[in-house]
Design a protein around this ligand. Structure first.
Ligand code: C5P
Length: 308
């Protein structure tokens, strides 16, 4: 097939991680998923992905960077699944690719690291293979790979409903400064939802994110935002990993104006009132020794972007 790129040329993209500023969940549905109302914010922690041509039907991935040993490199890798799905949809058997991922987003950390890699592979391969595919079409394919993939494609700030994959833009002013506590313990998303089912008695009515939170974002007011961060999965994550509650308390005692477990955890996101306070908080949180690593990020940032 005709391509704008030679075999030795690579397409490079980067994809941001996310935190959930609000996550309201209903009960488990017959399809195994939970209906959500969630506000995503993409933050400045990035995985990078390079895609090169390979021979027809050959789909491979290598992974370097933080926690790379924990990422599967077989057919179960979400970026490989994304490349295969895109090739299948393109309807030609001539496509293949070699993917190289450099990880920075925590692995099974509740920050959509795997989904970001899938989003990165969709964009990179569509450019590599010179496919005529629109951003909306990539979003539809993304939703088949995982509920967070559509958001990872778009980034910014968005309201996610249904499985979290139906997106609507959310108006947000200003930049928010976060300190992430990355934890050594992994948490599997299905396990956290399973504990949520056992612990919670969620209402079956319509799910809503707090109006105060949406107003805080419109007003660009970090103090107001810090007060209304909410995650219905937090109690389940604390019940599975009790140490996380101590991490949360420590960050708040050290000056965070809000704290929330990101998605299904175990990453805990602390909001700071400004950049200097975030620098101060990250130093103190590191010194407290309650988590594996501390990372300072800002949001919102865009989703997947081409680097070349
Ligand atoms: O869509 P994704 O593959 O990322 O979801 C992983 C798992 O998380 C699902 O299999 C399901 O157990 C759980 N999940 C859920 N409800 C959602 C999103 C994810 O129960 N809205």
């Amino acid at each position: 097939m005709a391509s704008a790129l030679t075999e030795s040329e690579a397409v490079r993209v980067r994809a941001a991680g996310k935190i959930n500023l609000a996550l309201r969940s209903g009960p488990r549905r017959p399809d195994g998923y939970h209906s959500l109302a969630t506000v995503f914010q993409a933050v400045s922690i990035y995985d990078e992905l390079e895609a090169r041509w390979s021979h027809a039907g050959d789909f491979r991935v290598s992974v370097t960077g933080e926690q790379s040993a924990q990422v599967p490199t077989g057919p179960g890798n979400l970026a490989v699944k994304a490349a295969r799905l895109l090739a299948r949809e393109a309807g030609t058997a001539e496509l293949g690719c070699e993917l190289a991922i450099r990880k920075a987003i925590p692995v099974t950390g509740g920050m959509a690291g795997g989904s970001a890699d899938a989003a990165a592979a969709l964009l990179a391969c569509s450019v590599l293979w010179d496919l005529d595919v629109s951003p909306d079409e990539l979003g539809v394919l993304g939703a088949r790979l995982g509920a967070d993939v559509p958001f990872c494609l778009t980034g910014g700030t968005a309201l996610g409903t249904d499985r979290g994959d139906q997106l609507a833009p959310v108006l947000s002013r200003g930049t928010y400064h976060w300190v992430l506590a990355l934890n050594a313990e992994e948490l599997s998303t299905p396990e956290v939802f399973g504990r949520f089912d056992a612990l919670a008695r969620p209402a079956t009515g319509p799910l809503e994110v707090p109006a105060e939170l949406l107003n805080a974002l419109i007003g660009g007011d970090p103090v107001a935002l810090g007060r209304c961060l909410v995650n219905d999965l937090e109690a389940a994550a604390f019940s599975l990993r009790p140490h996380l509650e101590r991490v949360r308390t420590t960050g708040l005692e050290l000056g965070a104006i809000g704290a929330v477990v990101s998605g299904s955890g175990p990453t805990v996101a602390f909001l700071a009132s400004d950049e200097n306070t975030a620098i101060d908080l990250s130093g103190k949180l590191s010194a407290a020794g309650v988590c594996r690593a501390v990372k300072r990020v800002q949001g919102p940032v865009p989703g997947v972007r081409l680097l070349n």
